[in-house]
Write a protein that binds this ligand. Structure first.
Ligand code: SF4
Length: 393
């Protein structure tokens, strides 16, 4: 919790500084620095991970988001093809250079071939660390899909219980669900402000506020978000003349912060899919139910945000992008993709065709973690924003 400051702007600055330091720190809390009530950490690779189960076990869920553009690659390149996305490469590097040593375990989901093979690389190279693949249904529309996820969640629960040396009770999971529902409500409030009054909170500020939650306890994140929301609502800011855009392509590997800031300089980003793994439930998970694992599994099917790595016929790609556009009253789209990200690039192609047909303007961008120069991208963004403003005037 940040000390209370009278001036909302100063309060928000203090919160954002705290988030910035926490969010971009790739190291993992060790036994000395764990928050109270936790005995270890579970690293989870994007996208769809049930934080509540780890939380109920007393393990801090830490979302592993790669190493950013400051990480020196020494070991991973020898173990992976050069055509693998940055997040897989730098995550492997962090594992091999010892920065993830204090993790109790590491869980991936087979969202793509690269992520699927990451678990194998992990278990071969770090045999002492728990390494698990949490399988999600290929076809969420099958009648047995929720039952299948529930069985996978029970398997994860049993493995975590074995690691911590005590059972994880239903009541502990229910209590974690209640806490995470509260955090999800606050993040939904944050995004609502972005859609309705984007001048109050830039995309990079909102990103930092959400990203801090990947490394601190849910309770602490809730307190930070509550303080931040209060300050944001009192902030005195004048709306600038900028086009309203949607950003997509940040569902797994994250674009460099400098890229998000360059977009902020030119556009109001009124919705995005950044860190979708932190906010993949669209609604509250049912809280006071007999079987909390079933509530989580059923929520993956019925209440999860779509993404390029979920193949649900009820959430067609063209529909969910258009829904995002409409709900946020956006003028245009930034269609980004991480370099070598097959699911992201597939959807970029699909969406560009769709936006052409709907006569909606878009800008295609590619990113990777080791990017350090953003001048050319800034110029592209400036031209894009000017053309949008001209078309809208
Ligand atoms: S960035 Fe794309 S290719 Fe890489 S792990 Fe994520 S989904 Fe897979």
């Amino acid at each position: 919790m940040i000390a209370q400051i009278q001036d909302p702007e100063a309060q928000l600055t203090a919160i954002l500084e705290r988030c910035h330091t926490t969010a971009l720190d790739a190291s993992i809390p060790d036994s000395e620095s764990l928050p109270e009530g936790f005995s270890g950490t579970i690293g989870n690779f994007p996208v769809y991970f049930p934080d509540e189960i780890a939380h109920a076990a007393g393990l801090l869920p830490v979302n592993i988001l790669g190493g950013g553009n400051k990480l020196e690659m020494k070991y991973a390149d020898a173990r992976m093809g050069s055509f693998i996305c940055s997040i897989c490469r730098s995550t492997t590097e962090l594992g091999l250079n010892g920065q993830l040593e204090s993790l109790t375990g590491f869980v991936t989901t087979p969202i793509c071939d690269a992520a699927k093979h990451l678990a194998g690389i992990w278990s071969r190279n770090l045999p002492d660390q728990m390494s698990e693949i949490l399988y999600l249904p290929q076809n969420p529309n099958s009648p047995g899909a929720a039952r299948y996820i529930a069985a996978e969640y029970q398997r994860l629960r049993a493995e975590l219980a074995r690691r911590v040396g005590h059972p994880i009770s239903d009541e502990a999971i229910r209590s974690s669900i209640r806490l995470y529902n509260k955090k999800r409500r606050l993040m939904r409030d944050l995004y609502q402000i972005r859609r309705e009054e984007p001048w109050r909170l830039s995309c990079s500020e909102s990103y930092m506020l959400v990203r801090a939650g990947t490394r601190i306890s849910c309770q602490e994140h809730i307190e930070l978000l509550e303080q931040a929301l209060e300050a944001i609502r009192q902030r005195h800011v004048v709306a600038q003349d900028k086009p309203r855009v949607i950003f997509v392509g940040g569902f797994c590997e994250q674009p460099p912060l400098e890229m998000i800031e360059a977009i902020d300089d030119n556009c109001f980003v009124v919705d995005d899919d950044l860190l979708i793994g932190q906010r993949w439930m669209t609604e509250d998970v049912p809280e006071d139910v007999g079987d909390p694992i079933w509530a989580l599994a059923e929520s993956y099917i019925e209440r999860s945000n779509p993404s390029p790595v979920q193949h649900d016929e009820r959430k067609p790609k063209e529909v969910y992008l258009m829904n995002m556009l409409r709900a946020a009253k956006a003028d245009a789209v930034i269609l980004a993709a991480a370099k070598f990200c097959e699911p992201g690039l597939d959807d970029q192609l699909f969406w560009s065709k769709d936006l052409d047909e709907a006569n909606i303007q878009y800008l295609v961008l590619e990113f990777e973690e080791k990017m350090t120069s953003f001048e050319q991208m800034s110029m592209q963004l400036e031209t894009f924003a000017e053309s949008l403003l001209f078309a809208l005037s």
